[in-house]
Design a binder for this molecule. Structure first.
Ligand SMILES: Nc1ncnc2c1ncn2[C@@H]1O[C@H](COP(=O)(O)OP(=O)(O)OP(=O)(O)O)[C@@H](O)[C@H]1O
Length: 513
């Protein structure tokens, strides 16, 4: 069964637009749907729709999208630019030039939508710049992508951004007071004066710990976010992974604070997509580790050296299993090449070490026999936070390039068309990145939790396509791996079954909960 109906961009746009054109629908929504189901369109279209006909006058953006990484920032800005070139989306993240940051602090020029990482946005908001304005005071719509992650790992910065969005600035308040004073001078009755803007826009105390659910669980295990008291902004939160408990808490919080807020959930939310074939490889490293121990003892090594030898042997066994899984790609690849194998590791050090190891084993030295089954074509690259910025940008761009783009003109593209790519990445690449070229995700190490497992797995089999996810574990990790796979197959962690909407995002959005 195809979870996701294939349709043209125009058709998808029309269906999502129609869903949001219903005047009885709330403006605020939580969009909870599986990876690769089109959540970007689901928040981008209503955002753009709300901004239709509004202009910025260079006083700050009207739409704000918060995202967790520079890569996702660029990707979402690119989608918005395609949907509505007139919104001139601006991406703001750690690699944005200082000139662009300063320009933004002064109002952002013609850009109507700002796509930002929370930390970079706060940096710009705090810039001591002459002519700086209350940048977020004119924001009409805020979309929070990967909301579960942002509101847990970056909750402080995100809350501050949410609180400021749509808050009237001091200048707005002063202008309103001046208007009222002039009206009084002109002898107008009190009833006709413009209503004052309440002073001291302090956050209102909402969502005390546990209050939304009556239990201890709430949004991503923490306090629910606060909003500015006078904010008139529309809020759209998108997430692929919310446990049932968190989903309920978030829904309740939204409905309590925004009359009739939508809480949309697809049947596949918090699950691996049906097109992903999940499997586990258990590495039996006991014999290798024991042999390494005996060898180290025989050469008179001290305790530390013995432990190091045993750890190296365990790692060798794990990486050999990873290499075997990757070679399987070459064997099963009908066209003998192309496509990306995305190997996830848990740290930058692991990314570097694994990349070097795989380069050594999969990429043949000049003149040597092919080691991978792909001939001498395969490339192995790393993607992690410590890469030089330009390299990180280029590698990420190659990951998200459309297959036809990758096979087309351009140096990187033509290289990719002939060369399969093995990309060894940290969880920097786990969330949000939309690649249609990833055929196989390999977890070389187990992720820290089930949600991360789902996001890693979600880099393949997107938009109704199929793909494989192989998880390599050693004996003692097998139990945890089995639990993660179970959660991936069953969905949330509670007993109340997710509502079944079917039909992907567009279908879900056309039904009210
Ligand atoms: N109705 C549709 N028909 C075909 N393709 C679609 C449709 N809607 C969206 N897509 C495509 O599906 C892909 C995945 O969309 P998107 O990146 O928005 O997923 P997502 O739900 O945000 O996933 P993740 O949770 O991983 O961030 C994109 O390439 C997008 O262009």
């Amino acid at each position: 069964m195809k979870l996701f109906p294939r349709m043209s961009r125009e058709e998808a746009t029309a269906r999502v637009k129609a869903a949001f054109d219903d005047p009885s629908r709330s403006e605020h929504a939580v969009i909870h749907a599986e990876t690769g189901s089109g959540k970007t369109l689901a928040f981008a279209l209503p955002l753009l729709q709300r901004l239709e006909g509004l202009s910025t006058d260079g006083t700050g953006p009207l739409g704000l999208v918060l995202v967790p990484s520079p890569e996702l920032c660029e990707q979402v800005a690119a989608v918005l630019a395609v949907l509505d070139p007139g919104c001139k989306p601006q991406a703001l993240h750690g690699s944005t030039s200082r000139e662009a940051q300063l320009a933004l602090a002064r109002g952002g020029g013609e850009s109507r939508v700002l796509v930002a990482t929370p930390q970079s946005l706060l940096k710009v908001l705090g810039m001591p710049v002459k002519g700086a304005i209350a940048l977020l005071s004119h924001v009409r719509v805020v979309a929070v992508d990967e909301a579960d992650f942002l509101l847990s790992s970056l909750r402080g910065p995100v809350e501050r951004c949410l609180w400021m969005a749509g808050q009237p600035s001091r200048a707005d308040r002063q202008a309103r007071s001046a208007l009222a004073a002039a009206a009084i001078d002109a002898g107008k009755p009190i009833a006709e004066l413009p209503p004052p803007i309440p002073r001291g826009a302090r956050p209102r105390p909402v969502g005390e710990p546990g209050s939304a659910t009556g239990g201890s669980a709430n949004w991503a295990g923490g306090r629910l976010p606060r909003l500015g008291r006078d904010s008139s902004a529309q809020f759209l939160f998108a997430a692929a992974t919310l446990s049932d408990t968190t989903h309920r808490a978030v829904g309740e919080w939204f409905r309590r604070h925004f009359e009739g807020a939508e809480v949309v959930r697809t049947a596949g939310a918090h699950r691996a997509v049906v097109g992903a074939e999940l499997s586990t490889v258990v590495v039996d490293s006991a014999a290798a580790v024991s042999a390494a121990r005996s060898a180290a003892l025989a050469r008179g090594a001290d305790d530390e050296e013995v432990s190091a030898s045993m750890a190296t042997a365990a790692q060798e066994a794990r990486l050999a299993a990873v290499a075997k899984a990757i070679r399987g790609d070459a064997a099963s690849s009908a066209d003998g090449g192309g496509g990306i194998t995305l190997v996830f590791v848990n740290s930058q050090a692991q990314a570097e070490a694994t990349t070097a190891w795989l380069q050594d084993r999969l990429v043949p030295a000049a003149g040597a026999a092919a080691a991978s089954g792909w001939g001498d074509a395969v490339r192995v690259e790393a993607l992690h936070q410590a890469l030089p910025k330009d390299l990180r940008r280029d590698v990420a761009a190659e990951l998200v390039a459309a297959p036809e783009e990758a096979a087309g003109a351009g140096a990187g593209g033509s290289r990719r068309s002939q060369q399969p790519l093995v990309l060894v990445a940290t969880d920097l690449a786990a969330r949000g990145l939309d690649s249609r070229s990833v055929r196989h995700v390999v977890n070389a190490w187990l992720p820290c939790d089930a949600a991360t497992f789902l996001h890693r797995a979600g880099r393949t089999a997107r938009a109704g396509e199929s793909g494989r996810v192989t998880t390599v574990v050693v004996d003692k990790e097998a139990g945890r791996a089995a639990a993660m796979l179970r959660e991936a197959a069953q969905g949330g962690t509670d007993t109340d079954a997710p509502r079944s909407y079917g039909g992907g995002m567009a279908g879900a959005l056309s039904r009210r909960r």
